[in-house]
Design a protein around this ligand. Structure first.
Ligand code: AMP
Ligand code: MN
Ligand code: MN
Ligand code: MN
Length: 288
């Protein structure tokens, strides 16, 4: 049981969204856990994309430094024509259906990566597939972040943020549409493994109010119960907007940095996240 500051669950330093090199982070799960503890995080989740193999190492490292740990995952979903991310918190990493489901979600990545390489070659950038592969700690999980690091290293772009404006996104070189899990599959995989499903970084999708309501309604209908209200790429305005939506839909609220590694994005650091509004029910009441 965690000793929560004077019983104030909201004030707990929780960071429930982060990545290791088992997906597209740059650090080992153990190093991420130790860094979280150094940054003053009190409750920490590793949520690698479509992969749970780093959880055992993260859990051991967290317990060695007295940090409370929540095993997590971030599942890639195709909803209409948009890619969404659904975080699962409190999942059993050894759940066979979850592991099989995630293996299936991962299975198209290598082929997609070759196509991204071909698309970049057509735009005059050669060797991108091989270059991205060198950045992928887990070749099965090769993704756009690894291409982004390659493009920065090659001097094509200033930083990763710049890459996602000029390349790899719809309408730009290196964009390859891909079909991931359905929303229901992701929520079922997470729920079946004992976890709670959270819509990750909802502002990232740039939905209008109508599409956002449609998504949240469908998410709730298939069994989703939480919304990531606070995350590094949310502005104070976004936080206010998603606080209202969480209240309107009766969702619990989550908070996480979406840390991928030191220096990867300016101002993204483990534990560097705003406090949730006192009106919200923090999803971590389940884990303390
Ligand atoms: P993939 O799953 O291969 O499509 O890659 C998606 C990953 O790219 C995300 O998990 C982020 O790490 C990264 N990413 C996507 N969009 C952005 C963005 N606008 N800025 C920075 N990183 C991004
Ligand atoms: Mn990522
Ligand atoms: Mn994400
Ligand atoms: Mn993430």
């Amino acid at each position: 049981m965690l000793d929560v500051n004077g019983g104030n669950v909201h004030a707990l330093r929780a960071d429930l969204h982060s990545h290791s090199f088992y997906s597209d982070g740059t650090m080992s799960p153990g190093d991420v856990a130790r860094r979280a503890a150094e940054q003053g995080v009190e409750l920490y989740a590793l949520t690698d994309h479509d992969e749970v193999s780093g959880l055992a190492e993260a859990s051991a490292a967290a317990s060695a430094c007295g940090l409370a740990f929540v095993p997590g995952v971030e599942v890639s979903v195709t909803w209409g024509t948009t890619t969404l991310h659904i975080v699962g918190l409190g999942v059993a990493g050894d759940d066979a259906a979850l592991r099989d489901g995630l293996a299936h979600v991962r299975s198209g990545r290598t082929r997609r990566a070759r196509e991204i390489g071909e698309s970049l070659a057509a735009a005059g950038i050669d060797g991108a597939f091989e270059g991205a592969l060198r950045h992928a700690g887990n070749p099965q999980m090769i993704g756009r972040t690894h291409f982004a690091r390659f493009l920065v290293q090659r001097g094509v772009c200033r930083d990763v943020r710049d890459v996602f404006k000029r390349y790899l996104v719809e309408g730009k070189p290196g964009y390859v549409p891909h079909r991931w899990a359905t929303l229901a599959e992701a929520v079922n995989m997470i729920g079946g493994a004992g976890g709670v499903a959270v819509v990750a970084h909802p502002a990232r999708y740039r939905f209008d109010a109508l599409a956002l309501h449609a998504l949240l309604e469908e998410f709730r209908n298939v069994g989703g119960t939480a919304l990531e209200v606070v995350t590094s790429n949310h502005t104070p305005d976004d936080v206010r907007r998603f606080t209202q939506l969480a209240l309107e839909f009766g969702f619990e609220a989550s908070s996480g940095s979406d840390f991928h590694g030191p220096g990867e994005s300016a101002n993204v650091e483990l534990g560097r996240v705003a406090e949730l509004s006192p009106e919200l029910r923090p999803v971590w009441h389940r884990f303390i």
